[in-house]
Write a protein that binds this ligand. Structure first.
Ligand code: SF4
Ligand code: SF4
Length: 305
């Protein structure tokens, strides 16, 4: 047994939920859902010299993120895991715990990749709701939903796109990217890449940030702020004294791949990429991550034969 909702009623259901939640529709958004839990820029605490007190802006609003596709749901599942290690990121979880994630898809899928509820289109007028968590259960208790006799996902057929197929064997991918350090492709990409950082900003699984203290001119108040950083940016690996561990674009761009496909595999057993395609869609230099990985894998397999 599952629940169904008429397509035209989804709007009304979300309207109802607005009484309790800040409702955000993320369909086709350039920036992924990480922006709501790890914002591009946020003040994490303020120190007041006069009162000698530290205050942090406690986050009160309950948020419902609507319209995540299957890739973005999977990315959120992975990001939650990352943000728990080595210890929970307080500022991320402060917001994340008050949020509900609702997926929306026309594709059939096997095990649910994440989220609290997933709406799957079953015909042009109706969606089937798959409830995955207690949070999901709570918000679906509404007259807009009717019982349905068909079981969720009974039409699932595994149809993986070419990029997804590349990601299937994350062990081989990790070995191939580690092996590729001397490959000519990194020289070619270094000539194209503009070091703009867009690929990391739009990636649902890039989460590096930098921390900055801003002190008032009268020295009375200091705000600690964190903001997104990107390993492709020139200053990323620069340390006190001016030494830069990744001075060249080639080193930085390779490092981006190394983290996603080698380090992530060693730490979490899978690549930190869900094939969402944002980095290739928004790269001003037209660099296509799928093509880069395909070339590396092809050459790696030839050499390892
Ligand atoms: S978006 Fe493209 S040009 Fe910009 S840093 Fe990433 S790969 Fe380089
Ligand atoms: S396709 Fe690009 S943007 Fe999307 S998850 Fe993979 S690396 Fe990140």
């Amino acid at each position: 047994m599952s629940l169904i909702i008429e397509k035209k009623q989804i709007k009304n259901w979300l309207k109802e939920l607005k009484k309790e939640f800040q409702v955000i529709d993320t369909r086709n958004s350039i920036l992924p859902a990480k922006q709501y839990f790890l914002p591009p820029k946020e003040d994490i605490f303020i120190f007041n010299k006069k009162t000698k007190r530290l205050t942090n802006s406690s986050y009160q609003r309950k948020t419902l993120i609507f319209g995540l596709d299957l890739n973005d749901l999977e990315a959120m599942t992975q990001l939650d895991e990352i943000m728990k290690n080595p210890q929970p990121d307080f500022f991320y979880w402060q917001k994340r715990e008050k949020s509900v994630l609702v997926g929306l898809t026309e594709e059939s899928f096997g095990p649910a990749p994440g989220g609290d509820i997933i709406f799957k289109k079953i015909n042009p007028y109706q969606y089937q709701a798959m409830i995955l968590t207690e949070k999901g259960e709570e918000i679906i208790n509404s007259p807009f939903f009717k019982k349905n006799k068909t079981r969720a996902n009974e039409d699932f057929k595994d149809k993986l796109g070419s990029f997804r197929k590349i990601l299937l064997d994350s062990e081989v991918l990790a070995d191939a990217v580690a092996w590729s350090i001397g490959h000519k492709i990194w020289d070619e990409l270094a000539k194209k890449c503009l070091s703009c950082g867009i690929c990391t900003y739009v990636c649902p699984l890039c989460y590096c940030f930098s921390v900055e203290d801003k002190v008032n001119l009268d020295n009375a108040k200091c705000v600690r702020c964190r903001q997104w950083d990107a390993c492709t940016l020139p200053h990323f690996a620069r340390i006190a004294g001016g030494h830069n561990f990744h001075k060249t674009i080639k080193e930085r761009y390779y490092n981006w791949f190394y983290h996603k496909f080698v380090r992530a595999y060693r730490e979490y057993g899978r690549s930190q990429c869900v094939a969402c395609g944002r980095c290739q869609r928004y790269c001003p230099a037209g660099i296509d991550i799928e093509k880069v990985l395909s070339e590396i894998l092809e050459d790696y397999k030839k050499v390892k034969k």
